[in-house]
Ligand binder design. Structure first.
Ligand code: C2O
Ligand code: CU
Ligand code: CU
Length: 543
């Protein structure tokens, strides 16, 4: 090497170091996301000969195009499936929708799913809500490359309920879900069928999402830092993949299985004529008794089972499910600017979601059962840590969204993130401050949030935990936030089993969650999918 070239080389190196320093001290979205994650490459799981599947299907992830708006078709990514073994009704297409087919499973079934990645990018599928072994849960470490096949095998242990399947690749979950990769997965069981609730034509999935389209009818996705910090919001609502969704019904009772499949948008659901919502179930299945609510808050990832009785309504009459006004879920500054920034459909404004039209009057309708189910609940005396809840500390800064003071990293469990298998844990989810944007760490102690910067940045986060469903023990709100909270507080349902809970600014939520049967990594993260991809996600190592 000549002297000249080595000088040049040194200059080049020092310039790149300056560049790197500038890059890290002024984080771009990407560095705020925690950078590239190195997962060890695992060989995709294959079918095992001794697993006798009651149900088997191929599930394809691929690019496609569908008609959503009048005119040009929209490029999407979507699931499709082909049943190989099992009852015919296992897979039900939603005609014309980009959503994946509805998957119907029965408790106790052994299920094999062959996931084919026909996308030009890595993916993996997660069964949101299902209690399955860690290596069947769609953890990002099991992401497969284009052309690869991943085989899932598990037994359905869940009680009846509505679950979701969606991609979970590292830092690309939000983008793939937004482009269409998502579907509903129902589990049925004997307790539910004994109730003879409305079924078939009278049980309707309602998947609520928001999307933004350009003039060529193509999806627009997050481009600014702002889109990531607050989450990405569409300017129009789609239900089951359709704009202006209208449901033609008979004048009788229906069961509406509602899922908030939006990336970030939170809804305050209510009927427009003031009829209260009769809720019969949430994320983890049926409640014990129906609950009647003036409105229900539904955050991304959450589900709602609604008894909607149209008896006595006149043929031709209409009823609109809408989102009512509320405040407090966005940072104060953004909320003030909200009206200007998202003119047509700002978060917390008043807008319609879908219309029900009574197309036919009938004289007969099933009656709402007063007792729906029995929920296995755990008391504080059964938890391993009644006086020492495990923390899930939320921290927000202009640079990063963190849990327990850290952005997501693989094999990075802190002591409070290691859990003994077959224990029941008390967990406290709260807003922390002082962690800053650069992985302050739990060591310094995550203090509960006071005022100042933390409060200006503070926003609502739907916190989701993989694995078994949990129960909500308590919610408490700090007095500084109680005004905004008043606009949402009657919309929470605490009596059912949950896997996702909306934690409002200034709010502390305590939950009891079992960690039974399976060891391994089970994620917990914000289900604002932009936050998740920014690293607002951690693993519990169950061992
Ligand atoms: Cu629905 Cu880990 O997500
Ligand atoms: Cu999940
Ligand atoms: Cu969040």
């Amino acid at each position: 090497m000549t002297i000249a070239t080595s000088v040049q080389r040194r200059r080049f190196l020092s310039q790149s170091l300056v560049g790197l320093a500038a890059f890290t001290s002024f984080p771009s979205i990407l560095s705020a996301m925690g950078g590239m994650q190195d997962f060890p490459k695992v060989i995709p799981n294959k079918a095992s000969a001794n697993f006798k599947a009651d149900v088997e299907f191929d599930l394809f992830c691929r690019s496609g195009s569908v008609s959503i708006l009048p005119g040009q078709k929209t490029q999407v990514q979507q699931y499709s499936a082909v049943l190989k073994t099992g009852p015919k009704h296992t897979l039900i297409e939603i005609p014309g929708s980009y959503l994946g087919p509805i998957i119907n499973l029965q408790k106790g079934q052994k299920v094999r799913i062959n996931l084919y990645n026909q996308l030009p990018e890595p993916t993996v599928t997660h069964w949101h809500g299902l209690h399955v072994p860690a290596n069947m849960d769609g953890h990002p470490q099991y992401t497969i490359s284009p052309g690869e096949v991943l085989v899932y095998e598990f037994e359905v242990l869940n009680r009846a309920g509505m679950n979701i399947y969606h991609p979970h690749p590292h830092e690309a979950t939000a983008k793939q879900v937004y482009h269409g990769l998502a579907g509903a997965l129902f589990v049925r069981d004997a307790e539910e069928s004994a109730l003879e609730l409305p079924s078939g034509l009278y049980e309707i999935p309602i998947v609520i999402q928001d999307r933004r389209f350009d003039h060529q009818n193509q999806l627009i996705y997050a481009s600014s830092r702002h889109d990531h910090m607050l989450g990405f919001y569409g300017d129009r609502i789609v239900v089951n993949g359709r704009p202006h969704y209208q449901l033609d019904v008979e004048s009788r009772a229906y069961r509406l299985r509602v899922l908030n499949g939006s990336n970030a948008r939170i809804y305050k659901l209510a009927w427009d004529d003031g009829t209260p919502l009769t809720v019969i179930g949430v994320d983890g299945g049926l409640l014990e008794q129906p609950e009647v609510k003036p409105y229900v808050m539904l955050a991304p990832g959450e589900r709602l089972d609604v008894w909607a009785d149209f008896s006595g309504r006149k043929e031709g009459s209409e009823l609109v499910m809408k989102s009512l006004p509320f405040s407090g879920v966005l940072p104060k500054m953004a909320e003030r600017m909200g009206g200007m920034m998202q003119s047509s459909l700002s978060v917390g404004s008043d807008y319609p979601i879908f219309t029900v039209r009574v197309a036919k009057s009938v004289s007969d309708s099933p009656k709402l059962p007063s007792k729906l189910s029995t929920i296995v609940k755990h008391s504080l005396s059964e938890v391993a840590n009644p006086n020492n809840p495990l923390p899930i500390a939320i921290s927000e800064s202009p640079m990063a969204m963190l849990l327990n003071g850290k952005a997501y990293a693989f094999n990075d469990e802190q002591p409070s993130e290691r859990i003994k298998v077959n224990t029941i844990q008390l967990i406290e989810i709260f807003h922390a401050h002082g962690a800053g944007g650069h992985g302050g760490g739990m060591g310094m102690g995550m203090m509960k949030q006071g005022g100042g910067m933390g409060m200006m940045m503070s926003m609502a986060h739907p916190i989701h935990l993989h694995g078994q469903q949990f129960q909500i023990v308590s919610r408490s709100i700090s007095t500084q936030h109680s005004d905004a909270y008043a606009s949402v507080r009657d919309g929470f349902i605490e009596t059912g089993l949950k896997d996702t809970v909306l934690v409002m600014p200034g709010e502390t939520v305590r939950i009891i969650k079992p960690f039974q049967d399976f060891k391994g990594l089970f994620m917990f993260h914000c289900h604002n999918l932009e936050h998740e991809d920014m690293g607002m996600m951690r693993d519990f190592l169950v061992e």
